[in-house]
Design a protein around this ligand. Sequence first.
Ligand code: BJW
Length: 230
Amino acid sequence: MTNIVILTGAGISAESGLGTFRAENGLWAEHRVEDVATPEGFAKDPALVHRFYNMRRAESAKASPNAAHEALARLEARLAGDVTVVTQNVDDLHERGGSQSIIHMHGALAGSLCAACEHRWPSAFETTPQDDCPSCGRQHTRPDIVWFGEMPYQMERIYQLIGQADVFAAIGTSGNVYPAAGFAHEARRLGVHTVEFNLEPSMVVTDFVETRYGPATETLPRWVDEMLER
Ligand code: BJW
């Protein structure tokens, strides 16, 4: 039995055509992070934030899962052991790629959240600040996304999974955003084998005992083959 926890970031969806955040031509080259990814930005201009996530939802719907998403689904289906994908991504490419065990720690484009009563429901394809909450009827609808200063989802469960893991792999994440950027450190402290997949060393590269650089659609399927042959 081998238990594997996989942390994914924007880089795994890059080859599906979705922008990463911190690249020169990335999402935040055109949108200030303070405006679209903080509660304060939402309070200042909710219509702008809704437009930003409507645009992201439309781009995500046009994208298809790539060979890296599919490789992770194959690993989960065939490995003798548990594979959990903890994703920082808000797209649904892991679901559509066939993974079953997925934690969206930064929320999902598929969800809406009432900022007044915290009711959650499946998001419409296009949302506006005027949308009524189906539970309390007030107009405080926001995307169910974890912004800076907010607590990511299922943290207790994630640390529990890391504590039971044999392997921790991080794929396509720059290591800039905590607490996700601290998972490899915790895994290594517990003696878990840590492996990084990226185009280049991340900010937390020293927490990994193994590194594999190159496009995830090439490095991941190879690694999955190796894990399944062990
Ligand atoms: C490829 C590739 C290919 C490309 N193949 N690879 C000081 C110290 C420590 C922490 C903090 C601090 N000050 C503030 C904090 C906390 C803060 C934080 O970390 N800030 C940092 C900027 C320092 N964190 C938070 O606020 C979090 N909450 C929290 O800490 O709660 C605790 C708390 C709450 C309240 C009170 C007290 C405590 C919440 C963080 C939420 C992040 N949300 C976002 C936006 C929303 C989602 C969305 O709009 O989609 O999530 S930020 C953004 O960054 C997004 C991502 O999920 C996240 C990570 O980005 P990611 O995925 O790593 O993307 P990139 O673009 O950075 O990197 C892509 C990588 O892919 C690159 O490395 C490429 O090389 C690679 N790549 N193509 C392989 N083909």
